[in-house]
Ligand binder design. Sequence first.
Ligand code: ATP
Ligand code: MG
Length: 415
Amino acid sequence: MSTASSLTMRQAALRIVRTLREAGYTALFAGGCVRDMLMRRRADDFDIATDATPDVLLKLFRRTQKVGVQFGVVIVGVGPHWIEVATFRSDLAYADGRHPSGVQFSTPQEDAARRDFTINGMFYDPIRRRVIDYVGGQRDLKQRVVRAIGEPAERFAEDHLRLLRAIRFAARFGFRIEPRTAEALAGSAAGIRRVSAERVCDELDRILAHPSRAEAWRSLERHGLLPHLWSTADRLVPHVGETVRVLSDLPRRISFALGLAAVLLPMGAADVGASCAALRTSNEIRKAVMWFCSSLPQVLDPRALTLADLKLLMARGSMDDLLALAGAVHRARRQSLEAHRRLMRRVASILPNRVAPPPLVTGTDLSDWNIPAGPIYRTVLERVYYAQLNGDVCDRAAALGMARRLLGLDARSLR
Ligand code: ATP
Ligand code: MG
């Protein structure tokens, strides 16, 4: 018997399939997890498709979430896992190129036909251990192609996010995009403008965080999607060559923020912030991206960096990523790495407990001297702290002296 915590997601999904079978329904693994299994990759999630309707699912399972019930989706909890169980369905007409106007419960064949690409359109019966493939997904997996199910142009017109998904899957698996699918992709590229910024951003996250990010960026440009990703993305097109070199030089596993910063580098600081806003990234991501882009010039030309400058950069906590980005940019520009290597040695020589020590002088000291509240506090405290980080003032007496000098107070009348 496995305990709840050691239960794998696959085992949890299998339990759901068994329960449905015992109640007389059909239940199959569906979509991406079947593809991943056939490719011998670890699936991130297991989706189940069934002929049981949502009301049946809600009665049959004790722990459920109803978030997608109107689309025939119930999320079922088994141990620590939450698994999507969806009733076989066909999507009704897409009026807006974004959402189906509704869904109709239907057969496994029709459920396969509504999915985007053949490699994503298969089912697997985990009890009989059989792949159920109505769309030629196995053939396309063998031939390593991403092929739209049905008429490619129509499928992209229904939901233009599929444009980005095609590029993501092709780059991730190193597959070709089948010629008619590729032709439709290029022909519909501008349609990506109709997709909500949140969905585009979510796809970009998956694209840029993945080791295949460089191939994907090249492919976005080749297929004409790049200029349409958000309002100012066209400015990135002339820089694609360098961006691809930077992306392929970054470590395999990186955060979305670092990946996004790497592609936005050719833009000026204001446009970096505006691009994040246009993509509706979280504030946290936007701040991180802006920090990478605005700090990079200092790190690319490190000669003027003082010890205090370095500590202030390190205190942000993403210095390794910033250095990786700088190294990638140097190599992409085929510049000498000598100064960069020296910088890395300097950074490595700074002890962690020296990066952000508590300040020797604080606002309390200034208010004890009856300095009226105002911007002067920040100016003085920042300058004294900078001197402290730089090793120019080493103890409290020296720091207090400096603050009093900056304030024009008599340095000799120290407490
Ligand atoms: P990943 O490994 O990135 O999660 P996935 O194939 O599992 O890839 P999901 O977004 O999790 O992708 O979607 C699960 C399945 O739902 C897909 O395999 C596909 O069959 C179907 N699907 C998802 N998004 C779409 C879409 N926009 N249009 C058509 N079918 C889709
Ligand atoms: Mg998935």
